[in-house]
Write a protein that binds this ligand. Structure first.
Ligand SMILES: CCC/C=C/C(=O)SCCNC(=O)CCNC(=O)[C@H](O)C(C)(C)COP(=O)([O-])OP(=O)([O-])OC[C@H]1O[C@@H](n2cnc3c(N)ncnc32)[C@H](O)[C@@H]1OP(=O)([O-])[O-]
Ligand SMILES: NC(=O)C1=CN([C@@H]2O[C@H](COP(=O)(O)OP(=O)(O)OC[C@H]3O[C@@H](n4cnc5c(N)ncnc54)[C@H](OP(=O)(O)O)[C@@H]3O)[C@@H](O)[C@H]2O)C=CC1
Length: 290
């Protein structure tokens, strides 16, 4: 691929599809906001007037996004933690309440995985991915929902997942975790509608971010061949969809999974590890049927 995501200046200046004060007076919490898609989401929300709480494990990544948000004129509270730690997550929501009186929007973007054939997963590797993407996301959802309930305030959650409807060879652990997030989201969309809480998922296809460095060159080069538009999407494509779902345009949308994947889900099979010969050259099966 030619480049890995936007420069800071591009994030601050690329034209947006929304009016500049759309989210004035609102506060948003974005996880994994120090890099890639999360950084683009945070900056986009900030450019539209929202105040931001940003989290991730590494303070230095958050500092870069904090500086960018300040350039956009947004108020920002950076808070380093691992979303895998439920007590730290509860502390994060307390800090957001102390600073901004609470949040209106939660974007669970933090996550990731490593590519490996499933048959080789170690228990530690599998659990690391499930803990981060499923349990970590859940701790954030529950802590936010409890605060909204206690404040008698409405709220919107957007969970960033992946295109997992047909599985994705090389990242079975993340497929399991993301499918879990989708099922959780649909279930609590129903349980929490009486509290005024909407819950939706965004499933990005291949998006140009530095996170793509974890994939082998061969797999990454082939990725644009697996969507109808035959290219990578951008972090802004995801960020603008998040604005739609978390903001006023999404008021009647809940329990939904929206794909921003150039049509990958209806067409291409997506490999994150090299394809075995079985799928690339004509084969005579050594395992005949009855
Ligand atoms: C197109 C696809 C769609 C999606 C695209 C994207 O998401 S792009 C964005 C993508 N961005 C990202 O994905 C970035 C975020 N990803 C991450 O931070 C990590 O992948 C994580 C989710 C495992 C973090 O968990 P953590 O902080 O606990 O990390 P840790 O380093 O301590 O590892 C824990 C254990 O996991 C195992 N293990 C780890 N790596 C490998 C490997 N290469 N090989 C084999 N195994 C591996 C190993 O068992 C290790 O323990 P050990 O043996 O070392 O004692
Ligand atoms: N790029 C793509 O094509 C696709 C991405 N996605 C998903 O979108 C999300 C963003 O991806 P992208 O921006 O590309 O990748 P990045 O690797 O750049 O972003 C992941 C972010 O999550 C944070 N993070 C990881 N683990 C934790 C944790 N335990 N606690 C808190 N923060 C954590 C990281 O920060 P730190 O290391 O400081 O904790 C980092 O900022 C991820 O969930 C990814 O899997 C889904 C489909 C496709």
């Amino acid at each position: 691929m030619e480049r890995f995501g936007y420069s800071d200046d591009e994030l601050l200046t690329l034209p947006l599809s929304y009016r500049a004060d759309l989210l004035a007076g609102r506060a948003a919490l974005v996880s994994g906001a120090g890099t890639g898609i999360g950084k683009a989401i945070a900056v986009t929300l900030g450019r539209l007037g929202a105040r931001l709480v940003i989290c991730g494990r590494k303070p230095e990544k958050l500092e870069a996004t904090e500086a960018l948000l300040k350039r956009a004129g947004a108020e920002v509270l950076p808070h380093a933690l691992s979303i895998r730690d439920p007590e730290a997550v509860a502390g994060l929501l307390d800090a957001a309440k102390a600073r901004f009186g609470g949040i209106d929007m939660l974007v669970n973007n933090a996550g990731g995985q490593f590519p490996q054939a499933a048959i080789d997963f170690s228990p530690k590797g599998f659990n690391a991915v499930v803990d981060t993407n499923l349990s970590g996301t859940w701790y954030m959802m529950q802590a936010a929902a409890r605060q909204w309930r206690d404040r008698s305030a409405p709220g919107a959650i957007v969970n960033i997942v992946a295109v997992v409807g047909r599985g994705m060879p090389g990242v079975a652990h993340t497929c399991a975790a993301r499918a879990g997030v989708i099922a959780l989201s649909k279930t609590v969309a129903t349980e929490w509608a009486p509290l005024g809480i909407r819950v939706n998922c965004v499933a990005p296809g291949i998006i140009a971010t530095e996170g793509m460095n974890v994939y082998p060159d061969e797999a990454r080069r082939a990725m644009p061949d697996t969507n109808l538009m035959r290219r990578f999407g951008t972090a802004l494509d995801v960020a603008e969809l998040v604005v739609h779902l978390a903001g006023p345009a999404g008021n009647f949308i809940t329990g939904e999974v929206v794909h921003v994947d150039g049509g990958n889900q209806i067409w291409g099979d997506q490999w994150t590890i090299p394809r075995p010969d079985w799928y690339t050259t004509p084969q005579e099966s050594p395992f005949p049927g009855r």
